[in-house]
Design a protein around this ligand. Structure first.
Ligand SMILES: O=C(O)c1ccccc1NCC(=O)[C@H](O)[C@H](O)COP(=O)(O)O
Length: 204
């Protein structure tokens, strides 16, 4: 099996961004969803992104925000990828791809269980998350083990250095995404935990 893809989300400082790069993670996430403890401004994200190697995927996370705002923010921050974490319609993903962004469609495990069969999931990467994003909560992954999404997908929700390897082995996602599990307190990333998380994910 190929190496699991790792995204570390909710980065807001240069030290944390450097730890993500040093850890060998594939992607770094900046949260633009109002109300998040990890919220960054477009200008701040642009400054952090500008110092990253081009090999790392830079992801802007949005939730139920106007498409024009998403497009202008992602573009001004110089990001490669947009992750939509709300109830955004298909045409938002289409437009983002038309504008040259890669896309990640985040679905809560409840939404996946209810309606994934009727959703058009093919063109976007899918991220299956807990019901409340960024809260560090795990969920029962049995349905994902039995009926995984088609195509490339990421597992998120309460992942941490001490549980990620076991979950990767059991659930077999293409990638994993973490936020709370690499924080020393809410919204504050810990460089050692970031490195430990990526190493553990890659050992799986
Ligand atoms: O992280 C947030 O605060 C957030 C707020 C609103 C929408 C999405 C948010 N995060 C999205 C992510 O991709 C998180 O990494 C994902 O939910 C996993 O979080 P955690 O369970 O804390 O590892």
């Amino acid at each position: 099996m190929s190496q699991v893809y790792v995204k570390v989300c909710g980065i807001s400082t240069a030290a944390a961004a450097q730890a993500v790069v040093d850890s060998g993670a594939d992607a770094i996430g900046f949260v633009f969803a109002p109300g998040s403890p990890r919220l960054v401004s477009v200008e701040h994200a642009a400054g952090l992104a500008a110092d990253l190697p081009v090999s790392i995927e830079t992801v802007g996370v949005f939730r139920n925000q106007p498409l024009d705002l998403v497009l202008s923010s992602a573009s001004q921050a110089g990001l490669t990828t947009v992750q939509l974490h709300g109830d955004e319609p298909d045409d938002h993903f289409d437009r983002l791809r038309d504008e040259g962004f890669r896309t990640i469609r985040a679905l809560s495990i409840d939404r996946y269980r209810e309606g994934a069969g009727s959703m058009r999931l093919g063109e976007d990467r899918v991220l299956i998350d807990a019901v409340t994003p960024g809260a560090g909560t795990t969920f029962d992954t049995t349905d994902l083990e039995n009926r995984p999404p088609h195509g490339f997908w990421l597992l998120a929700g309460g992942l941490a250095p001490d549980n990620v390897a076991g979950l990767v082995r059991a659930v077999r996602p293409g990638g994993v995404d973490v936020s709370s599990g690499v924080e020393s307190s809410r919204g504050v990333k810990d460089s050692g935990l970031i490195r430990a998380f990526v190493a553990a994910a890659r050992q799986a």
